[in-house]
Design a protein around this ligand. Structure first.
Ligand code: GDP
Ligand code: IMO
Ligand code: MG
Length: 424
């Protein structure tokens, strides 16, 4: 059985926790998009792991971990993660495979990301400043790209870096009046990355196809969420990769038809970090209640997340374009204590009601939510193990969301720990 986990909102839905749980029944976990902009939290007993590049399955010692072609790898972050796990006696040796074709995020990408964001002032996108946009731009531009396979020929890489850094420095100086970066320093770092990472580098497409033939069970771990997809999300307030389910085949070299089920992950409310329209945002005491109770602060940047009600229009769109089979609904516990809970069932745009998410972000920013209001509950549900033991109003909320998004909710999160999960 091969499965793919995808975020159905604007990221941070709780994918890390779901992947950690489902990894128990898998042989291989694959990260197939994004980079160190992702922050996936896994909590096991008293240990909290915040993973940015390693698949969330990596905390289980017997799982094979794969980072595929479409991931942009920041070697500093990856090596730190490998080291952090090693300190907890979890070794990646012999069970981590990184694609030859994965592109590398270097210091000049992070610098470019930061300078561009600063220069945009109030028009900034609110990126994570992890160099994601500039690295993917270099990938698409081709001439100035550095991939894992470049670590195999350091002499050639040195020449390439000379050209790239010269070009980048011209931009830094002319556009931002910023200090140049040194080719020697970048090259020195690359040599050290090559030493440490070469043992992990391989043809992951071949590895995954052979694994499928051998009957291995593969779990694909999406990063970000559908609404942050470069082509299908709320452009330009998106990330620079295809973070919807549609990105999984190109991201990994495995066709979608080889995946048996696509599982979408959503929260029982909505959060978003960074700029961009957010129709159900509650920039008020309700939003603050959710932020405090759900600890809604970014795993990667620590920024307070914008919070709002569940948006069934956005999630239905993510389900539709991803052909999502079933959903995990996380953070149900966070809603406890709210007298009433709103679910957005449609948008009103220019006086017209619609239930299909608009393709145009300018139009989306004019959408006002039409809510269905249901009563909340006060009970703490963090130790509930069965759906039927949840308060009736919590059960009704889940059924209502199922009706609106038209797929079954088979996993329910009632707390951050592995054990705080209800299966249906
Ligand atoms: P990801 O990026 O989708 O993996 O999600 P993040 O890890 O960035 O953010 C989700 C946060 O919610 C993490 O701190 C998780 O530990 C936590 N979490 C996940 N599921 C639940 C849940 O059902 N209830 C609560 N209270 N916290 C959860
Ligand atoms: P996970 O995998 C939430 C957001 C940023 C910003 C936009 C562009 O943890 O769900 P980027 O640095 O990618 O150029 O930023 O995308 N963003 C995320 N928001 N969760 C993430 O990942 C995100 N990765 C990027 O906040 O709005
Ligand atoms: Mg996250």
């Amino acid at each position: 059985m091969n499965s793919c986990i995808v975020g159905l909102q604007w990221g941070d839905e709780g994918k890390g926790k779901v992947v950690d749980i489902l990894a128990e029944q898998s042989d291989i976990v694959v990260r197939y998009s994004g980079g160190a902009n992702a922050g996936h939290t896994v909590i096991i007993d008293d240990n909290r792991f915040a993973l940015h590049l390693l698949p969330s399955g990596s905390v289980r010692p017997n799982i094979v971990c794969v980072i595929t072609n479409a991931v942009v790898v920041d070697p500093d972050t990856l090596l730190k993660e490998i080291e952090t796990l090693a300190q907890k006696s979890v070794t990646l040796t012999g069970r981590l495979f990184i694609s030859e074709n994965a592109h590398i995020v270097l210091d000049y990408h992070k610098k470019e990301d930061q300078l561009r964001e600063e220069s945009l002032g109030k028009n900034r996108l609110g990126t994570t400043i992890r160099g994601i946009g500039p690295c993917y731009a270099d990938k698409v531009g081709r001439s100035y790209a550095v991939r894992m396979s470049d670590f195999r020929n350091l002499e050639k890489l040195k020449d390439k870096l000379q050209t790239i850094v010269e070009y980048k420095n011209k931009i830094f100086s002319a556009l931002y009046n910023a200090k140049p970066i040194s080719t020697d320093e970048i090259f020195k770092k690359c040599k050290s990355y090559a030493d440490k990472l070469l043992p992990f580098i391989t043809d992951t497409t071949e590895f995954l196809h052979k694994s499928i033939v051998d009957g291995k069970s593969i779990l694909f771990e999406g990063a970000q969420g559908t609404m942050l997809d470069l082509d299908h999300g709320t452009f330009p307030y998106v990330t620079s990769s295809n973070s919807s389910a549609l990105g999984m085949p190109t991201g990994s070299g495995i066709p979608a038809k080889m995946v048996d089920r696509f599982i979408g992950v959503a929260k029982a409310y909505t959060t978003r970090v960074g700029a961009g329209p957010f129709p159900t945002e509650q920039d008020n005491e309700v939003g603050q209640y959710i932020r405090d109770k759900g600890h809604e602060y970014g795993t990667t940047t620590g920024r307070p997340r914008r919070c709002g009600w569940f948006d069934a229009v956005a999630v239905s769109y993510a389900v539709t374009i991803g052909a999502i089979d079933s959903a995990a609904l996380m953070h149900l516990d966070t809603l406890a204590g709210l007298k009433e809970i709103n679910i957005c069932r449609a948008y009103k745009i220019n006086g017209k009601e619609t239930t299909f998410f608009p393709a145009n972000t300018a139009i989306l920013s004019q959408a006002s939510p039409i809510y269905e209001t249901v009563p909340g509950w006060d009970e703490d549900i963090t130790e509930v193990k069965n759906f039927h033991d949840l308060p009736a109003n919590a059960q009704n909320l889940i059924c209502l969301i199922e009706e609106m998004v038209k797929i079954p909710i088979t996993i329910i999160g009632v707390g951050p720990k592995r054990t705080q999960t209800i299966f249906r």
